[in-house]
Every structure is written in C-alpha cells, then in structure tokens.
Write a protein that binds this ligand. Structure first.
Ligand SMILES: [Zn+2]
Length: 237
C-alpha cells in the first residue's frame, strides 16, 4: 500500500519503506535523479511484492551532495537531513508503524544515515530503523570501479529507463582520469572535469549487467525485509 493512499487505520502494524536519493549531476549523460530513481525502483518492487505488509512512502529525492562542489546539485545540509529523518522516523513510530526501512541510492547520504539509525534505534526498544544501501555494491561487475555516474550506474539506468541515458553525451567525455582523494579531500568536479568518477577506464554500458545489478539488489532488500518481519514476530512473542 502507498502511504498517500491509505487511511489512518491502515498504517498501523505495517513496515514502512522509503527510498532516498539525491538530485545531482551524474555526468553529462545521466539524469540528475539517477540515485533517487534507482532507490525508488527497489522500494516500489518491495511494496508490489508485499502490498499488505509494506507501506511505501513517497521518495525523498533530495539528499546531501556537497561532494559535487561546483557542479550542479539540489540538496540540503547534513544536519538538516539528520534532523528531518529523525523526525520522520519518530512520527512513523507514533503513527503505529512497526519499523521503517530506508532504501538509499546515494553515497553522500551514507554517513548521516548511520547517525540517524543510531539516534533512532538506541532510543527505541521495539521500533527500529533499517538501512538498505545501493552504495558500494557490484564492485566486480566491470573491470573499472564506478564511484559515480560510471559503468554500473549508467548500465543500471539503461535497464530502468533507457530513454534517460543520453548516449551521444556519453561520447563527449574525453577524460576518464580520476584524481586522488575524491569524496574525501576533493570534490568530484576537481577529481574529473566531467564529474564522472569511473576509476580505471571509460564508461561501458551493459543493460544485462545493469539488470543483474538491480535484481540482485532487490533480492537483498527482500531478504532484509524478511528478516525484519521475523524479528517483529519474535518481538510480539
Ligand atoms: Zn549516483
């Protein structure tokens, strides 16, 4: 069921799932919403598989994207995001949901999500916040390391929405080198002039690998959900 469509009584006793991503540059060839669209696909798959048990929240498309420096992004500060998500989790609990799964599609959100998880979980005995992340997955899928807008993300997007991958723009990228320290001491615009962080070579597009990546991620999200269900059953005794 979808949060905006259910009645107040229907949210009680359910597991909430919310996709969170970013609105930020993904090179010249991928949409600004790449991370949000991927996370949203996973979260909605879970809801369609378990419509009676899962409440799908509207996607939180805005995230923390300061690692993009002077390249375009639309987002908020870490502290605002921490407070926003903590409030969201607390009101989710008060509304009667049993737990909340955050499906994160964006690397820049990872550290703050860990803070939110601790803040919520250590303050609550029964209601728990779970994180499922797309970040750092599929390292062996290509012979390059896609840290941002590279082979993995481009292939995933090609599987999800091929019309949103601008192949002609991909050809405009002439430099795939990545300077050291990206995401830690320097921003993506300083690490690569095109804002594509694909360490080890050019961007390869393989829709089959993109599909494999998304389907594997879904299988892992589903098993997290089943573990959450199991622990709720144990909680109830
Ligand atoms: Zn991304």
């Amino acid at each position: 069921m979808k949060l905006l469509e259910v009645t107040r009584d229907q949210v009680k006793g359910k597991v909430g799932v919310i996709a969170i991503g970013s609105v930020e540059q993904h090179g010249p060839h991928l949409p600004m919403g790449t991370d949000s669209l991927m996370a949203e696909w996973l979260a909605s798959q879970l809801e369609s598989s378990y419509p009676e048990e899962v409440i799908l929240f509207p996607t939180l498309t805005y995230g923390c994207s300061f690692e993009h420096g002077n390249q375009p992004f639309i987002g908020v500060s870490y502290i605002n995001m921490i407070n926003f998500l903590t409030d969201l989790a607390e009101s989710t609990k008060r509304a009667g949901l049993l737990s909340l799964i955050i499906v994160n599609g964006h690397g820049g959100n990872e550290s703050l999500l860990d803070v939110v998880r601790r803040q919520v979980n250590f303050a609550n005995d029964k209601f728990k916040l779970y994180l499922f992340s797309m970040v750092g997955r599929d390292k062996g899928l290509f012979n390059v390391i896609d840290m941002h807008a590279g082979s993995v993300e481009t292939s995933r997007m090609f599987f999800l929405k091929p019309s949103l991958v601008r192949m002609e723009k991909l050809k405009e990228i002439r430099d795939f080198s990545v300077k050291e320290g990206v995401f830690q001491t320097i921003t993506t615009d300083k690490a690569n002039p095109y804002g594509v962080i694909n360490v080890g070579g050019d961007v390869q597009v393989d829709p089959k690998k993109g599909e494999e990546s998304m389907r594997n991620a879904y299988a892992d999200l589903e098993s997290l959900f089943l573990r959450v269900k199991q622990s709720l059953a144990i909680n109830e005794g």
